[in-house]
Design a protein around this ligand. Structure first.
Ligand code: ADP
Ligand code: MG
Length: 583
């Protein structure tokens, strides 16, 4: 083929490939245009998760009649004019690509009334310009997305995931614009009405935290606000006692724009350091404001990534702010308000399990180590003169850091057990066992717990209600945007179901449609077990330690935790002797 210039439509379709990935990306571009136009009310409508129709209507400044046609042309923008402007971006848009890209892959109708004009005008999909009735602002209708590029349509996920992506996009943008009212109508029913809030930015943002993340975070989040060298960092972070199974709930905005930046996530994680249990992640909403010339937003077509001029200063600021919000070194010491903390148990008081149904710590008496002292007797130290029975994991000698059980085997080997990991494994195996035998024992909640969720999350989890019920977790619908938990698996004891439901939702949302139901449910079981065992360190009596060891010996797979890490380490007597150069 000879070299030739691409026709406009094709060039626009190529551009659309980068900018318009799915319905949610259309809405993102349109809402950003509305915000650039100074809108205070933005109304979104979708039909069929946006595939059939999307409408964005704002009350912004509008487009003059003689610029309407231009707005649909490639590289036409009112936001920048010179190269200098490119490094001084104050708006979301500047590439002049969104409208022509959308118009190249869907049927776009643009209606607008400029603030200074007396009437509104409309451009129809066939390019005709005619007078229209619109009292204020701009209304953009997008019908039959990807009708012109059917191959793209094949890459879309299920309607449900497209709907979740739309909500996620809306809620992310809404969080950074608390003084703007947003509404979303899905299939002719209002699913979100987010009214503009009053007051300063941080205060106004607070009510929206529960929309995007959840009420736990909204209630417990610690505000942060620091300024240094022209950078302002403000927002909310979780206390060390609130965490999730992945980094999904870490939202970062730069000059109002939601972005992804791996190293900021790393800085955040480092600020919590070892204050979070292994594999858990903090939650955060961070708003970074800095002079436009200190950040390059022109590095990604959908502007999802940016480049900072001085990233080190920013990471340092973030690190310091998070530590400060968490009270510096006090983070680890702060007792969790949500997870049951067990008081220190003195050796002479028999230990009362806080959860009467707890598996590992409430074994039938026959399972106790025979050589154990009566539980009520003082047991400051194991009786070293008694002969040791030959258990694979030995006899408990004591506990280190309220975390590790130290035991001695008959052959003199030293066994160290990570009690949290072991306990988690036992609960998991117990759940799996019960599940295999067809019935997971459940415990009805005295007071059913209502959990507010987004409509999409409600839809998602209720779609799995029958399977969760088989796992002992009973949920019921409660309006369009919440559920009620009425029973939990007995093995989990006295847990708070809200974070559990949140993690299960993450599991369900993340698993592709290809994984089988069985493997999905196995994952949910592991998540449940994890919730039981994430708790503050607790002191155990020797009897409890031995009970745990005997359970582990009886439980297959108990030598690694659910995450594949070891639960026990054994050092043979010979190895000990080598350590001391005796061999
Ligand atoms: P960009 O936002 O990068 O400038 P777009 O293709 O998104 O490019 O929009 C082109 C132009 O159309 C914008 O620069 C703006 O002048 C105008 N425009 C688009 N949407 C709106 C809106 N909702 N209100 C007012 N003007 C708009
Ligand atoms: Mg734009």
């Amino acid at each position: 083929m000879p070299i030739r210039l691409l026709p406009d439509t094709l060039a626009n379709q190529i551009a659309a490939g980068e900018v318009i990935e799915r319905p949610a990306s259309v809405l993102k571009e349109l809402v950003e245009n509305s915000l650039d136009a100074g809108a205070t009310h933005i109304r979104l409508e979708t039909v069929n998760a946006g595939l059939t129709r999307m409408v964005v209507h704002d009350d912004g400044s509008g487009i003059p009649k003689d610029e309407l046609k231009l707005a649909l042309q490639r590289h036409a923008t009112s936001k920048i004019a010179t190269t200098a402007d490119l490094f001084h971006i104050h708006t979301f848009g500047f590439r002049g690509e969104a409208l022509p890209s959308i118009a190249a892959v869907a049927r776009l109708t643009l209606t607008s009334k400029h603030v200074d004009a007396s009437e509104a005008w409309q451009i129809t999909p066939d390019g005709a310009l005619k007078p229209a009735a619109l009292p204020k602002g701009t209304k953009i209708e997008v019908d039959d997305l990807f009708y012109a590029t059917p191959a793209r349509r094949k890459f879309l996920k299920s309607e449900r995931s497209e709907r979740m992506a739309i909500e996620d996009t809306l809620l992310r943008i809404a969080l950074a614009h608390p003084h703007v009212t947003f509404t979303l109508h899905e299939d002719n029913a209002e699913s979100w009405h987010i009214p503009a809030a009053q007051g300063d930015f941080l205060t106004a943002t607070a009510p929206r935290l529960s929309h995007l993340i959840d009420t736990d975070f909204a209630r417990q989040a610690l505000p942060i606000h620091v300024e240094r060298d022209g950078i302002t960092l403000t927002g909310y972070v979780s206390p060390a006692t609130l965490h999730t199974s992945n980094a999904r709930h870490q939202y970062v905005y730069v000059n109002g724009r939601p972005i992804k930046d791996r190293s900021l996530h790393v800085a955040l994680k480092n600020a919590y350091a070892d204050r979070l249990p292994a594999g858990r992640h903090p939650l955060a909403v961070l708003f970074i404001t800095l002079p436009p010339e200190d950040v390059d937003v022109n590095v990604h077509p959908a502007k999802a990534e940016v480049r900072f001029r001085d990233s080190h200063a920013l990471y340092g600021l973030l690190f310091a702010a998070v530590r400060q919000a968490n009270g510096n070194g006090a983070m680890a010491a702060a007792p969790s308000p949500r997870l049951p903390m067990v008081e220190t148990v003195h050796a002479h008081t028999p230990y009362q399990p806080p959860t009467p149904t707890s598996l590992a710590f409430q074994a039938p008496p026959a399972k106790l180590w025979k050589g154990d002292e009566p539980v009520s007797a003082p047991v400051p130290l194991a009786d070293s003169s008694a002969p040791l029975p030959d258990h694979p994991l030995g006899a408990a000698l004591g506990q280190i850091a309220n975390t590790y059980i130290v035991a001695e085997k008959a052959d003199g080997a030293l066994v160290v057990v990570d009690q949290h990991a072991a306990h988690e494994r036992l609960v998991y195996e117990g759940l799996k066992n019960q599940s295999a035998s067809g019935h997971i024992a459940r415990q009805a909640l005295l007071i059913p717990i209502t959990i507010p969720l987004s409509p999409a999350q409600t839809h998602l989890i209720l779609g799995h209600a029958a399977e969760l019920d088989k796992l002992g977790l009973e949920i019921e619908p409660h309006g369009p945007a919440s559920i009620v938990v009425t029973a939990v698996p007995q093995l989990l004891g006295n847990i708070d179901p809200t974070p559990l439901i949140r993690d299960i939702l993450t599991d369900l949302a993340e698993q592709s449609t290809r994984t089988t139901l069985a493997s999905r449910m196995e994952h949910v079981l592991a998540t449940m077990a994890c919730h039981h065992s994430i708790r503050a360190n607790r002191r155990l009596s020797l009897a409890e330690m031995n009970t745990l060891l005997r359970h582990m010996e009886e439980t297959p797979n108990s030598l690694t935790c659910n995450h594949g890490r070891p639960t026990t380490v054994t050092i043979s007597l010979m190895a000990l002797e080598r350590l001391f150069d005796r061999r």
